[in-house]
Design a protein around this ligand. Structure first.
Ligand code: NAG
Ligand code: NAG
Length: 225
């Protein structure tokens, strides 16, 4: 197939030139047919040339996932461990929330580690491909994706301390600080979640923003800093 391309290109180019010079009116249709061939073949050729770049996996997704993981890598050694994600978050929750809410947060975080993301017991090297594979397993499987949505709804419920079915800036800030979003990133995180930009985050917006963060491969988001 590839060996025909130069020939087809020449044929299309030659015919277009010839026809457009000689019989512009009669050959308009033929001309556009050849235009199509030319465009298609030329595009294929270009694509082949650009193959390396074009097929390189987009950076957006891995970068986004790694940024999230790094928020939890408290000792900065490039590995997120269960103790850093679950242990430390539970500790913080116990220090700053009432017992019942802290227990809920503890369950939600432990569930995220094991059931939602299926993280290995010994932790995950942030720079490895495993982080992308992990997200791929969640986002490429409807059951796992449902777990992700359920988890996001639970996080929303816990964040919505006054139970009015929307998160204010301060409710959002409290929860996202617990998810280790740096203070400087909280405002942008809120804006990313408040998709209709009316100053509060509803559950649906929240769930969409979370799913998009982990599963949208082409769009970056400041949701988690
Ligand atoms: C924001 O929009 C949602 C959905 O339209 C609505 O339910 C909610 O009350 C609004 N909140 C504020 C603070 O305007
Ligand atoms: C990713 O996000 C962009 C921008 O919000 C959107 O246009 C696109 O459809 C999303 N892709 C997926 C697969 O959800």
């Amino acid at each position: 197939m590839a060996s025909f391309k130069p020939f087809l290109l020449l044929l299309a180019l030659g015919t277009c030139l010839f026809f457009t010079e000689a019989k512009p009116r009669l050959t308009r249709e033929l001309g556009s047919l050849y235009d199509d061939i030319l465009t298609r073949e030329f595009k294929d050729l270009l694509d082949e040339k650009l193959f390396g770049q074009r097929m390189a996996p987009s950076d957006v997704w891995p970068r986004k996932l790694r940024r999230f993981a790094r928020n939890f890598d408290l000792d900065g050694n490039g590995v997120v461990t269960k103790d850093e994600v679950v242990g430390k978050t539970v500790e913080e929750a116990k220090n700053s929330l009432d017992t019942e809410t802290a227990a809920e947060v503890a369950d939600t975080v432990a569930e995220a580690w094991k059931a939602v993301f299926g993280m290995p017991e010994n932790g995950l090297t942030i720079s490895s491909d495993d982080i992308v594979k992990t997200a791929d397993m969640v986002c490429g499987n409807e059951d796992r994706k449902r777990e992700l949505r359920i988890w996001a709804r639970n996080v929303f419920e816990e964040a919505d301390t006054n139970h009015n079915a929307e998160l204010s800036r301060s409710e959002h800030g409290l929860s996202f600080r617990m998810l280790h979003v740096p203070p400087a990133g909280l405002a942008a995180s809120f804006v990313a979640a408040d998709r209709n930009k009316n100053g509060s985050v509803e559950k649906e917006e929240f769930v969409d923003a979370v799913v998009d963060y982990f599963c949208n491969k082409s769009q970056d988001s400041p949701l988690f800093g």
